[in-house]
Design a protein around this ligand. Sequence first.
Ligand code: CO
Length: 370
Amino acid sequence: VTSFERRTHTAQEALRAADVAGLVLSPGSNLRYLTGVAQSPSERLFVCLVPATGEPTFVVPELEAETVRETTWIDDIRTWQDGDDPTEQLADVLGDVGRGRLLLDATMWTRFTLRIQRIDTDREYGLAEEILGPLRARKDETERDALRRAGVVADRVMTQLGNDAASFVGRSEADVAREIERRLADAGGEGVSFEPIVAAGPNGAKPHHAHGDRRIEAGDPVVLDFGTRVDGYPSDTTRTVVFEGEPSDEFEQVHDVVREAQTAAVERVEPGVEARTVDAAARDVIDAAGYGESFIHRTGHGVGLDVHEEPYVASDSDTVLEPGMVFSVEPGVYIDGRFGVRIEDLVVVTDDGCERLNESPRGWRVGSSD
Ligand code: CO
């Protein structure tokens, strides 16, 4: 039994326990999680119906069928061809599902959601994450292994950037971002898990500034936030460094505060603790240093097939941490018009604490850990 099949059986048990008739999945992370099929969404109808009891069924375009057959453990694959209307096949499959609510993928395109709802007007509908959210939040061994390896690739590149620091002064943020992409690929990663962030000087004060044409100057703090994928699972790590020269005293001070906040938050991670406690641990340190107003986002987000998923580590998150959960711990302080500092590692909750998935040096002076 593959891990995909095992996950599907677990999901079906949860469906029965919640009195839900089934799931309708479209191309995206939920589909990949249960079936192994990594398909991009398109205008052609492509769904997988997972009933609470019995075998799942795919309805897919003929031109994708062979890829699906090669990838998935599911046998019942029905196809339709360009020029045909797949509505009848879809109606057949939906007709076989027992009574009760049907949960659809949150990322299903509205055109398909409406088509399903028009076929089956009597049913109640909800979101698949109701069942799959809690299951996906606890990573199985296969997933943890992929996340670890993705972390190692990102760490290797982060460490290399430190070693080659002087060569980045004078180059544009965008140019350094391309260099990061090349190095991630060379180190064994599959693409990037999101557009790399290279934010120099005042650009660092915008948490989601990606990169632009600003040239990195000596003394500039630079926020580097990037990741790649291994076996479909992403990395996501951030360091704030100075490639060459001396930064301002306030930057050094803020960097110390953020680093202390990050350590305090990681130390609070263990099973049974609410996610908000981890957020508070970081926030308390930053508040005490007088920078509370400048920490303008939550402390972290879950990471799995999606780079942002459950559990969220925020001030209002009552999610209780469980072994196998993986999330980022990434406090930051942003000083408008001057600089930003963020330090981010992924952690996996273990039986008695947590394991960090990132271990590249955390100091701002590149190549050193202090
Ligand atoms: Co992140």
